[in-house]
Design a protein around this ligand. Structure first.
Ligand SMILES: [Zn+2]
Length: 99
């Protein structure tokens, strides 16, 4: 199941990351990783969240990345993944693909 979802995600969105129109995308994706790993400084966080208020591409990346991590964490902890969560992630991804 995890594998299926991961390959689905890869096929449908990872390649789309390159199609966002953030002026500073590479840096934003890096800061996003740092924040989600809880290794960011308060300054980085403040700057990032101010940025995603105005940057739709990064806002979407943030929410999607968070949802995917939540899903993977549950898998690792062997907690049941509610169908709703899987569904909402797929929906979120479909929205990205359509836009
Ligand atoms: Zn951005």
């Amino acid at each position: 199941m995890t594998k299926t979802l991961q390959s689905w995600i890869k096929k449908n969105i990872i390649s789309r990351y390159a199609m966002t129109n953030c002026p500073d995308e590479e840096r934003c994706l890096h800061v996003l990783e740092v924040i989600l790993d809880n290794e960011s400084t308060p300054e980085e966080e403040q700057e990032y969240f101010e940025h995603i208020d105005q940057c739709w591409a990064c806002y979407k990346n943030y929410n999607l990345e968070k949802a995917i991590r939540e899903l993977i964490k549950r898998k690792i902890e062997k907690k049941p993944v509610p169908d709703d969560l899987v569904k909402s992630i797929k929906l979120e991804i479909e929205k990205l693909v359509i836009e």
